[in-house]
Design a protein around this ligand. Structure first.
Ligand code: BJ8
Length: 381
């Protein structure tokens, strides 16, 4: 497939972004690090600060993390923790952004993250948003709204700036524009065959957490223009959807295997996929209420019950004309691993084949995954 210029731009954007953040810090701008979609970026930006998402997707910092954390917890948590205590994401400190954070904004989602945040407080000032764990209960929305108000106060204290209604509305409009661009990009994947492969889209989705909103929008516009003009010269390929845990930057192992075996990934139901942009924030409501309503609906397995996620998966499979789902989980991620049962049952009822893969960030199981993907492809051919 043709190499898209905008993908090169994204690949090379790291250095420029790091310089931008370093310059911002010199002017007194505060940099916030986050780990989860439940933290509303709109409030961070409205307070005049910048943000980077710190989720680790690389294997290199595991051994550092394991000096502090048990081995049998999820690789995302270990990779992130190792990067922060080492100010890097590899032995050569290539990812210096891990050392440029003034405050971490955390959230109580899974147990591993919650306990990691307690330890991270020794390295970086850490603020935790308390999420209601039963989002459909009658008082959940009000509780979350109060938590977001407290978070807004914390951001004002950190930056010394007042978060105004006007500023919030401006940020909501800006981030909704990004979400709409991502919808346009994903719409292009509904074609048969799609003119962009899944691994390329995943790399863009991973970078969305690192680029500034303006950089990201510019990149997406460029990419969409290129993909729209691109004439596909290949025939139908089996259409796969990935569903499950996020795949932070550095982790493309499973999608690469699937696409190297002749399939094409047309959608990702994950936080490095549709969960990050599917719902927009209502621009006609009080901004804090609109943010609370939008963010509380994120269908993460940390929530209970989480039937909204199953409805979304079925809807995505239909919309993107998927013919097989790869249910992807990280080792020791109990939420997504347990939820697998319900998802499989729901997909089975619709006659949709599912391949479940549980893995980590190492290369040790590549051969085994390749064999299972081969068998899945054969079964569906
Ligand atoms: S909204 S998915 S980004 S919590 S993989 S650390 S859940 S043990 S990343 Fe997540 Fe927010 Fe939910 Fe999305 Fe824990 Fe599972 Fe590890 Fe995870």
């Amino acid at each position: 497939m043709k190499q898209l210029n905008s993908l090169d731009y994204i690949k090379n954007s790291y250095k420029a972004r790091i310089s931008q953040i370093a310059e911002e810090r010199k002017t007194g701008k505060k940099i916030v690090g986050t780990f989860c979609l439940f933290v509303p970026d709109e409030i961070i930006f409205a307070a005049g600060s910048d943000r980077i998402i710190l989720c680790g997707g690389k294997n290199e910092t595991m051994s550092i993390a394991e000096q502090y954390l048990p081995r049998n917890i999820c690789p995302l948590v270990k990779s992130s923790f190792g990067s922060i205590v080492n100010n890097s994401c590899s032995g050569v400190k290539s990812c210096s952004h891990f050392g440029m954070i003034d405050m971490i904004v955390a959230e109580n989602t899974c147990d591993s993250k919650k306990k990691m945040y307690e330890l991270l407080g020794d390295y970086v000032s850490t603020y935790v948003i308390d999420l209601p764990q039963r989002p459909d209960s009658s008082d959940a929305l009000n509780y979350f709204l109060r938590e977001l108000d407290k978070f807004k106060d914390a951001m004002e204290q950190l930056t010394g700036n007042k978060v105004t209604v006007e500023q919030l509305q401006k940020e909501i409009t800006s981030l909704n524009e990004t979400r709409q661009l991502l919808h346009r990009l994903y719409d292009l994947r509904k074609m048969d065959p799609p003119s962009i492969n899944g691994v390329d889209v995943l790399k863009v989705m991973q970078k969305q957490y690192f680029l500034s909103p303006d950089q990201l929008k510019e990149t997406l516009r460029m990419l969409i223009r290129e993909v729209e003009q691109f004439k596909v010269d290949w025939v139908h390929k089996p259409r796969r959807m990935i569903s499950g845990c996020p795949m932070p930057g550095g982790n493309t192992k499973v999608p690469e295997i699937i696409e190297s075996k002749g399939g094409v990934i047309v959608a990702e139901e994950s936080c490095t996929g549709t969960r990050s942009f599917w719902d927009l924030v209502d621009e006609n409501k009080d901004p804090m209420l609109a943010l609370a309503e939008r963010y509380i609906k994120i269908p993460c397995s940390c929530m209970s019950p989480n039937n909204r996620r199953i409805d979304n998966i079925l809807e995505l499979a239909r919309e993107f004309k998927v013919d097989g789902v790869v249910y992807y989980t990280l080792q020791f991620c109990h939420g997504y691993n347990i939820e697998k049962y319900k998802v499989q049952q729901a997909l089975k009822k619709k006659g949709m084949p599912v391949l479940a893969i549980e893995t980590d960030y190492s290369d040790s199981d590549i051969e085994q995954i390749e064999l299972r993907v081969d068998a899945f492809m054969e079964m569906l051919s």
